[in-house]
Design a protein around this ligand. Structure first.
Ligand code: THU
Length: 136
């Protein structure tokens, strides 16, 4: 199984595919499965700015579209060229909380090799997904 540094390298490769002519901010994500498969995602922007897709959500959709399921995932890496490790936006945290296991490691990185390890449970405490499970 590959380690967080290696997974981060895949996320960095994903960031080179970014379509971000408006923000010029390239983000890459890599989602690893138990079987060692890696699904990449990058941010894809649009002139209608709110139509932009974030790297994290693109990686998740990529994985699900390829047949992977929530319990298949073991880790996610996200990277951008910032002084501190990039942190996912609120919308991505919401999607991650439903599509990934809450305690799965999430590695946040930058191009200088800094890596912060967290989980979606920590990134989105008291998320709405847990409320939904209580609905009868
Ligand atoms: N972006 C991501 O892809 N992931 C994040 O975690 C934060 C923001 C993208 C969206 C947009 O294309 C650009 O970064 C600037 O916000």
């Amino acid at each position: 199984m590959i380690n967080k540094k290696e997974l981060m390298k895949h996320a960095k490769i994903a960031s080179t595919l970014s379509h971000s002519p408006y923000s010029k901010f390239k983000v890459g994500a890599a989602l690893l499965t138990k079987k060692g498969k890696i699904y990449l995602g990058t941010n894809i922007e649009n002139v209608a700015y709110s139509s932009a897709l974030c790297a994290e959500r693109v990686a998740i959709v990529h994985a699900y579209m390829s047949g992977a399921k929530k319990n298949d995932f073991v880790a996610m890496a996200v990277i951008a060229d910032l002084p501190d490790p990039v942190t996912p936006c609120g919308e991505c945290r919401q999607v991650m909380s439903e599509m990934l296991n809450e305690d799965m490691p999430v590695y946040l990185g930058n191009f200088k090799g800094k890596i912060k390890e967290t989980t979606i449970g920590k990134l989105l405490p008291l998320g709405f997904s847990s409320m939904f499970k209580q609905l009868k």
